[in-house]
Design a protein around this ligand. Structure first.
Ligand SMILES: [Zn+2]
Length: 352
């Protein structure tokens, strides 16, 4: 647990130190970027695009499944959208799905490894966002874009809304900036060039740097597999790395998502992709605004404890074989201002 808290401390220090960097990025590239992504630890877009903490706003759920009818999800999403609209900033939502080039069973378990189903859902979600986020005068502030993350190489592959055309970021690697701009504008003629230029300078440039690093590692197939031992539920969890599933609190099928994640962690122990001796961890987190003082922090702590209880009950009832492996259950709060995680309820469980 100390390792985990240390990881959060480092992330928080960087987040605080990088405040001027975030300011500069927002000033030069005003497009606000959100990501709908899978709970799968291998699919963190912040890591795949090498963006400094706090630039991307992500929502996580099993299979990157989101529904604008879910009340709390809609509130969270509209808060984000409203902030950008008020400040005159365009929004891009990366509606993501993931697959593995080398092995279909390294794809999305929440979609039963069915790449076509994962893509069809992303496509439907893009279509809905495109149709609902049009103003009365026909203008729009939000551009949904489908993107597949190929997890072996962590390459982003953009998909066009109206047909099956794809644009692999690795194909932009050798192009000059004007050539890449032209290519992207030709691919997305209905997205303003200034928005595409912002994407190119931020997430696409970051993904190009990232895939070059991944390529130089020469990963084995085993290294492309799941390695999660942490099931994290709630919000404010971007500081966790690929060892964690992150499950947002929005989906009415939240227990099913926790069950899927718990089964994969158990499989990871059985397959040996994760060391059994290290044990598993269940973590719940709720963010709070420091301007709400102690009561705000207390309320966030209560919500985190409730989420933890729900997730723990799901694991005990549906994946009981994981229970002896659970080393810690932790509920905590995360400051929106510093991204610092503060544990409020830590229980050390029996050891495996
Ligand atoms: Zn997935």
């Amino acid at each position: 647990m100390n390792l985990l808290l240390g990881q959060n401390r480092r992330y928080s220090v960087l987040y605080v130190v990088n405040k001027p960097v975030r300011g500069k990025i927002r000033e030069h590239y005003p497009t606000q970027i959100g990501v709908w992504e899978c709970m799968d630890g291998r699919t963190r877009m912040e890591s795949a695009t090498e963006m400094p903490a706090g630039i991307l706003q992500s929502w996580e759920n099993g299979g990157a499944r989101f529904d604008l009818r879910w009340p709390h999800f809609q509130t969270s999403f509209m808060d984000w959208y409203g902030h950008a609209r008020k400040n005159g900033r365009p929004c891009v939502v990366l509606v993501s799905w993931h697959r593995s080039r080398s092995n279909v069973h390294l794809g999305c378990k929440a979609h039963r490894y069915d790449d076509a189903a994962a893509e069809a859902l992303a496509r439907a979600q893009v279509k809905e966002l495109w149709s609902r986020f049009k103003e009365d005068d026909g203008k729009r502030h939000l551009y949904p874009i489908e993107v597949c993350l190929e997890t072996d190489s962590e390459t982003m592959i953009f998909q066009r809304r109206k047909d099956s055309a794809t644009l692999d970021v690795s194909g932009l690697e050798i192009l000059s900036q004007p050539e890449a701009q032209k290519r992207l504008q030709g691919f997305y003629p209905d997205v303003p060039p200034c928005v595409l230029d912002d994407l190119l300078a931020t997430i696409i440039a970051g993904n190009i740097r990232h895939i070059q690093k991944v390529r130089s590692m020469g990963r084995t197939v085993e290294e492309c597999d799941h390695c999660e031992s942490i099931i994290a539920v709630g919000r404010g969890l971007e500081w966790l790395d690929k060892r964690a599933f992150i499950i947002g609190p929005f989906d009415p099928r939240f227990p099913d998502m926790v069950e899927t994640a718990a089964k994969i962690v158990l499989e990871n122990f059985h397959k040996g992709t994760v060391d059994v001796a290290g044990g598993a961890m269940l973590l719940a987190s709720t963010p709070f605004r420091e301007c709400l003082g102690r009561p705000g922090r207390e309320m966030a702590g209560l919500r985190a404890s409730s989420l933890l209880d729900t997730a723990h009950t799901v694991i005990k009832e549906r994946v009981p074989d994981l229970v002896p492996h659970l080393r810690y259950t932790i509920a905590g709060t995360v400051s929106n201002d510093t991204r610092r995680f503060l544990p409020v309820d830590v229980v050390r469980q029996g050891q495996s």
